[in-house]
Design a binder for this molecule. Structure first.
Ligand code: HEC
Ligand code: HEC
Length: 450
């Protein structure tokens, strides 16, 4: 999905430009409040960081202003003039990442706006597809518009433009609906050193659990300080910046210095082939894309979006005696072998992120969960049945569980998710099934309090 595009990690660069963008957007933002956009404004309110949807403490005023600009862009419905399309899935990040957290509300509201934008049988917002080529390699449909299918095109917005959305080619057997994860705490995960995850990969593990770090040449085209994948359902992204730049490109069709080439026709980026050109698009679709968008061309919007995501603070667990007992049962059952209780961040230029505990309940490694969970999609070192251990922090705020959103939140959904683990998790799941009722209830109380 991502490509090799060298570029510096210019965090906080372009602060002045981001501020200008912020001011430019302020009027539209105020207008947006009347139209159902439920973002909590940061001005003054984001500093203290006590509630979900607020940002980490210890941000400088300069950082806060970039974060606020990023928050604005996150909810903004992008226009043609700003570079939307030609193929896209949504006009804003918030259309898919719409849990309460991103809206700044204290608890999640199952069935938010974007949750109706279903592309699979469950509550999913994106569709990945692919096939195995005759030589045995995975093909993420790179000649047909890419692995992530685009449900919309600018034909919805440009009179006379005929540009049908992408479907799944009949000879692509792998179809993988994915839900958009909530984005809380990602800055802390970003700041975990590669070495800590690699040490966890090497550590001896009981119960036949293996676990691999997702890394390789396909990873990390943008940043030089991480090579270990940690974001995305298959740990296919190494950093928040990489994830955000790719999401901006893949779902909104927004190019940037990080993702400079347009998806034009069905054609997409192919190694060693000429880049697709806007000129390949039919008229009058092409004319609608003729405006260059300066701010985005310099990457400031991507940086502001990334800083907003990095600044979102994680949820606080709700302590109780049952939850405390359940934490113990969780460890004894073998869940914590993969759902590692915590990592610690390394030194980081951001004081808010440096040397912090990260109680995420994930090892950030990919694990084989067996054929029942195989979607056939390859991402870096992750194969069809490999998935990243989902961080369980904030579980009680997630409206749906599992990569394809097949379980609802709450006790029954959690029980379903536990039963759905296979292969590497089989021993832990068997142990869970053998727990007496009191221990099982404590374990669930622990999870529901996260
Ligand atoms: C059409 C729906 C959709 C839109 C729009 C969208 N995303 Fe996503 N996002 C997803 C899905 C689905 C995933 C999971 C990707 C995968 O399969 O690994 C994801 C993953 C992410 C992740 C990694 C999260 C994690 O915990 O691993 C980040 C960060 C992210 N998105 C940010 C953004 C930003 C910023 C925008 C706007 C520029 C955006 N997304 C727009 C659907 C969407
Ligand atoms: C071998 C590693 C492993 C073990 C052991 C394991 N898990 Fe998981 N867990 C995962 C992976 C990988 C996923 C992501 C599955 C997916 O979405 O495809 C996951 C997902 C989950 C989810 C769904 C989270 C969400 O938001 O979608 C819950 C809940 C969960 N695990 C709880 C548990 C419990 C409780 C135990 C112990 C009985 C356990 N897990 C044992 C690897 C493991």
């Amino acid at each position: 999905m991502s490509r090799h595009v060298p570029g510096p990690r210019a965090r906080w660069a372009g602060a002045g430009a981001a501020l200008l963008l912020l001011l430019a957007g302020l009027a539209i933002l105020l207008a947006g409040y009347g139209t159902g956009m439920r973002l909590t404004p940061c001005w003054g309110g984001c500093r203290s960081g006590g509630e979900l949807g607020t940002v980490l403490t210890a941000l400088t005023p300069e950082q806060l202003s970039i974060v606020e600009s990023g928050r604005w862009w996150f909810g903004h419905a992008h226009t043609l003039r700003e570079g939307l399309g030609p193929f896209f899935n949504a006009q804003s990040c918030l259309e898919c990442h719409d849990t309460a957290l991103e809206q700044g509300a204290p608890r999640s509201v199952p069935g938010g706006a974007g949750r109706d934008n279903q592309v699979g049988p469950f509550h999913t917002q994106a569709l990945h597809a692919g096939r195995t080529d005759p030589d045995g390699t995975f093909d993420g449909l790179i000649r047909e518009g890419g692995e992530v299918r685009h449900q919309r095109t600018i034909q919805d917005l440009v009179p006379g433009c005929v540009l049908p959305p992408q479907t799944v080619p009949p000879d692509a057997p792998f179809v993988s609906p994915r839900q958009a994860p909530p984005l809380f705490g990602l800055g802390l995960i970003d700041a975990i050193p590669d070495e800590a995850i690699l040490a966890q990969e090497r550590a001896a593990k009981p119960d036949g659990v293996r676990g691999r770090a997702n890394l390789g040449p396909a990873m990390d085209p943008f940043v030089n300080d991480h090579v270990v994948g940690r974001f995305g359902w298959k740990a296919e992204y190494t950093s928040v910046l990489q994830a955000v730049a790719d999401q901006y490109f893949v779902h909104l069709g927004m190019t940037s210095p990080y993702e400079p080439m347009e998806i034009t026709t069905p054609r997409y980026w192919v190694p060693n082939a000429p880049a697709p050109q806007i000129s390949e698009l039919p008229e009058p679709c092409r004319q609608a894309l003729a405006w260059p968008y300066e701010a985005n061309a310099k990457g400031e919007v991507v940086l502001a979006l990334a800083e907003f995501v990095r600044a979102l603070r994680p949820a606080d667990p709700t302590p109780s005696p049952a939850a405390e007992r359940g934490r113990q049962v969780f460890a004894e059952t073998g869940c914590a072998v993969c759902h590692l209780p915590s990592y610690t961040t390394g030194p980081d230029p951001d004081a808010a992120l440096a040397n912090q505990p990260v109680p995420l309940y994930s090892d950030l490694l990919i694990h084989d969960l067996g054929p029942a969970n195989a979607d056939g999609i390859v991402a870096g070192l992750a194969h069809g049945s490999d998935w990243r251990t989902t961080p369980l922090w904030g579980l009680s705020h997630r409206p749906y569980l599992w990569h394809d959103g097949r379980f609802s939140a709450g006790r029954d959904g959690i029980l379903g998710a536990i039963r759905a683990h296979g292969d590497e998790a089989a021993v832990a799941v068997e142990r869970f099934a053998a727990l007496d009722a009191a221990d099982r209830d404590d374990l669930l109380a622990f999870l529901l309090a996260l």
